[in-house]
Design a protein around this ligand. Structure first.
Ligand SMILES: *Cc1c(COP(=O)(O)O)cnc(C)c1O
Length: 425
């Protein structure tokens, strides 16, 4: 018998929540005949069972129709990306004209910066968070260099204060107030990938825009996790990937948001391709580019239908549920995880420090945990017992119980496993 107190609570929470049924719609990897305890939906979401059928349908249509599938497939390939417009608009809180499923995240960040990082001699700086996801850091630095600036001078990074783990919003605000006239663009992860900290995107967007700064958010850890209202918040642009909380498969199709106020503008620089060209005249192959008057103008190529079929399997599940209820479940799961961690800390007389902020506005379902004095060794032992978590140097374990398929029982079993492992140590 475990000393952990709340198995009954976990089981009843699962039994009483209608959203628990969503779990059956996913493949859960197995470990020694049992479901693994999967807490890395923030890194790679699990596979929706429907994904295989959806991909097979496209393979069938390709087999039977060849090029005709562009127009005559069950879901014609030419406008295939339009299958996602409604779902994505709902998930990010944008208008349908403001979103498009496109490319991959880092590629898209560069495409968006062609349009929204337009430095001048006086206003050329980029405001971002320190220790952003490395790909974002590389993208920002290379954009600064591309425009002839030294990243050391051009990039202003806001870091947590000495002895703190998360960033104070007031430090962003004072950077904006002190350097606003020099900053061309602010681009920050709306949810920090490492700490799980959620920024007040509405407030920071407004304060930065009041200083003439264009504002973009990287929502790789935001979509499918927290509430987003990009249009209401007047965000200029945003980008995300679909393989984390959106469960669409490794490297699958990403997405962007571009505020409608930037559509149809002639003076906005943009890298262009035929898929961004007006649909009615695209196949007349005219010499002159005529942009689609929506975010679709940023599309370059015809679309990767096989990857998109898996995206569709996942977004269909999002369409079935209330996003508010889904997020509420995510919150209940992560609150329970926090309780279990506290209980294990007490029972083992160890310090277990949660570095993710503990309030609704500043966190999603991810909980980042520091185990002082215990290194990767603990993580490896947990992995050997079927706990799939995520280790980040120097000593943080990230755990994301995701509302779509994680269960309270997963968390209970994790607590038992952690307790036993710490007691052995
Ligand atoms: C996951 C993630 C990426 C990954 O970028 P890809 O181009 O999809 O490989 C980039 N930035 C952030 C913030 C992420 O969380």
């Amino acid at each position: 018998m475990s000393k952990l107190s709340s198995r009954e609570f976990a089981v009843s929470q699962d039994a009483n929540d209608p959203l628990s049924k969503l779990r059956e719609r996913f493949h859960i990897p197995q470990h020694e005949g049992e479901d693994v305890m999967y807490f890395t939906g923030n890194s790679l979401g699990l596979q929706p069972k429907a994904a295989k059928q959806y991909i097979e349908e496209e393979l069938e249509d390709w087999k039977n129709l060849g090029v005709e599938g562009h127009v005559h497939a069950r879901r014609p390939w030419m406008p295939y990306h339009e299958n996602f417009t409604k779902s994505l608009a709902r998930i990010v809180g944008g208008k349908e004209s403001e979103v498009v499923a496109i490319g991959t995240l880092t590629n898209n960040l560069h495409l968006l910066m062609v349009s929204f990082y337009r430095p001048t001699e006086k206003r050329y700086k980029i405001l971002c968070e320190a220790k952003a996801f490395p790909s974002d850091q590389y993208a920002l630095a290379s954009q600064a260099r591309f425009h002839g600036f030294d990243p050391k001078d051009a990039i202003i990074e806001i870091a947590p204060r000495e002895g703190e783990h998360t960033i104070r919003e007031e430090d962003f605000i004072s950077a904006i107030e002190n350097h606003g006239d020099e900053i061309a663009m602010m681009m920050v992860g709306g949810v920090n990938y490492y700490t799980g900290q959620v920024f007040d995107m509405e407030k920071l967007t407004k304060i930065a825009q009041d200083k003439g700064i264009l504002v973009g958010w990287d929502l790789a850890h935001g979509v499918g996790n927290i509430e987003l209202k990009l249009n209401e918040w007047n965000v200029d642009f945003a980008a995300w990937c679909s393989y984390k909380y959106l469960n669409s498969g490794p490297g699958s199709i990403a997405g962007i948001y571009i505020n409608e106020k930037h559509h149809g503008k002639k003076n906005i620089p943009r890298f262009e391709g035929w898929w961004g060209h007006d649909k009615s005249s695209r196949f007349a192959m005219p010499d002159q580019f005529e942009p689609i008057p929506t975010a679709e103008a940023w599309q370059l190529s015809n679309v990767p239908v096989l990857a998109m079929a898996a995206h569709r399997a996942s977004l269909d599940l999002f369409d079935e549920v209330s996003l508010d209820e889904l997020r509420a479940r995510g919150r209940r799961l992560s609150n329970y995880l926090r309780e279990v961690l506290h209980e294990v800390a007490k029972l083992t007389n160890r310090e277990i420090e949660i570095i993710t902020p503990n309030n609704e506005k500043e966190s999603g379902c991810q909980v980042s945990v520091l185990f002082p004095g215990l290194g990767k060794d603990l993580f490896d032992k947990l992995l050997a017992k079927g706990v799939i978590a995520d280790w980040r140097e120097p000593h943080v374990i990230r755990l994301a119980p995701v509302p779509m398929y994680s269960s309270f029982e997963d968390i209970y079993r994790f607590g038992e496993t952690l307790l036993a492992t710490l007691e052995e140590a």
